[in-house]
Design a protein around this ligand. Structure first.
Ligand SMILES: NC(=O)c1ccc[n+]([C@@H]2O[C@H](COP(=O)([O-])OP(=O)(O)OC[C@H]3O[C@@H](n4cnc5c(N)ncnc54)[C@H](OP(=O)(O)O)[C@@H]3O)[C@@H](O)[C@H]2O)c1
Length: 200
């Protein structure tokens, strides 16, 4: 894909991927006070479309940021990392596959249903550690400058921009918030994303 290629809202990659997916402000904020400092239903729908059917890996704080009634995220193996030895036995862990080691969590993901795509959901702490094992990043940029306490990871020079939807400017949410979907991948080579046959 070139820089001007629109990113489809559903991705079908020509090779197995381990992707990161997040939404951030233009300044790179992804979280505040254990949650996200915006409400963007279109991004929640996009997140569901992209990740459904695939294993997801996240930090314990991101898991706990989901309202209890929404977890585990349906149609996805939900793998949660924590360093707390007893957390797996607590009610908060219900529905999660728990690991104390991020590398082991990624191995577990790679043998779970739908593992041709594995999605790392964050948060900031987990993104920074997992980035070396990832080859795709799907980032929703929200045209707002709200403050927060959790920052998106910095994609280093190994990453290249592969396209955006819309290719210029912003979508406008029904609540007035402006946003766009962007796709990044490691290197400049073979990885391609095309509109999925699954439909939206
Ligand atoms: N905007 C977005 O797209 C987006 C996406 C995800 C999250 N968020 C936001 O980001 C914030 C949460 O992010 P965060 O950086 O604070 O936390 P996080 O990355 O979600 O979770 C951190 C926790 O994961 C566990 N952990 C991390 N690395 C580990 C490792 N190597 N081995 C075992 N366990 C490990 C630890 O749990 P224990 O403390 O239990 O040991 C650690 O405290 C929230 O505000 C959330 O809403 C936003």
């Amino acid at each position: 894909m070139s820089d001007s290629t629109p990113v489809p809202e559903l991705y079908s990659f020509n090779q197995p991927i381990v992707g990161m997916i997040w939404a951030q402000t233009v300044q790179g904020i992804i979280g505040a006070d254990g949650g996200m400092p915006w409400h963007l239903p279109e991004d929640m729908a996009h997140f569901k479309r992209v990740t459904s059917g695939h294993p997801v890996v996240m930090g314990r704080r991101t898991w706990e940021s989901f309202p209890q009634r929404f977890r585990p995220l349906p149609q996805r193996t939900n793998i949660v990392v924590t360093r707390q030895q007893n957390w797996a036995g607590t009610p908060d862990a219900a529905g999660a596959v728990v690991h104390s080691d991020l590398a082991q969590a990624l191995v577990e993901a790679q043998r779970s249903p739908g593992c041709e795509e594995v999605w790392v959901l964050g948060g900031g702490e987990v993104f920074r550690q997992a980035m070396g094992d990832c080859n795709v990043a799907v980032i929703t940029v929200i045209n707002t400058d709200v403050p927060g306490d959790t920052q998106a990871p910095t994609l280093g020079p190994a990453w290249t921009f592969r396209g955006a939807t819309p290719s210029e400017g912003w979508h406008t949410s029904k609540n007035g918030t402006e946003y766009r979907f962007t796709l990044w991948a490691k290197g400049s080579g073979e990885l391609r994303a095309a509109e999925s046959a699954m439909g939206s």
